[in-house]
Design a protein around this ligand. Structure first.
Ligand SMILES: [Ca+2]
Length: 140
């Protein structure tokens, strides 16, 4: 009977987390399809494990069709990702695709993180959602 209760509880917790994953994120979508230069900063809360070495940031982006549309700064200008580098391909015109970048875990803090999206060239892009996964970098 105890085991059943435990399973039920696990199930409820999983449901809770999946519900959170589906909820609209504060500050998103980040719409940067105006005239350049423009920028928007959003706060993203993450849970960073103490042994994390790598943070994989995954973004659903609409219209990442050029290599040099802008920049993402994570907690300051010294931690920046070029948008969209090799993902920037004209075949992504007006499409939403999921892209991901490996970043050093040291760029991130446990709790609130500042993500500054800068639009510097082209017609721009929209970031629809962002998620971050931490890894200890050990081979599995
Ligand atoms: Ca674009």
């Amino acid at each position: 009977m105890k085991k059943l209760n435990f399973l039920a509880l696990t199930f409820i917790i999983c449901l809770g987390f999946s519900g959170m994953g589906n909820a609209a994120q504060d500050g998103f979508p980040v719409d940067l399809e105006g005239s350049t230069p423009e920028e928007k900063t959003v706060t993203l809360k993450v849970s960073k494990p103490s042994n994390a070495t790598v943070a994989i940031i995954e973004m659903a982006v609409n219209d990442p069709d050029f290599a040099d549309e802008g920049t993402l700064e994570i907690n300051g200008s010294s931690n920046s990702i070029k948008l969209f580098g090799s993902y920037g391909d004209t075949s992504n015109d007006k499409s939403t695709i999921t892209i991901s970048y490996d970043t050093p875990a040291s760029w991130w803090v446990d709790g609130d993180n500042s993500l500054k999206f800068i639009h510097s060239n082209t017609a721009g892009y929209t970031i629809e959602s962002v998620s971050v996964t931490f890894s200890s970098g050990e081979k599995k």
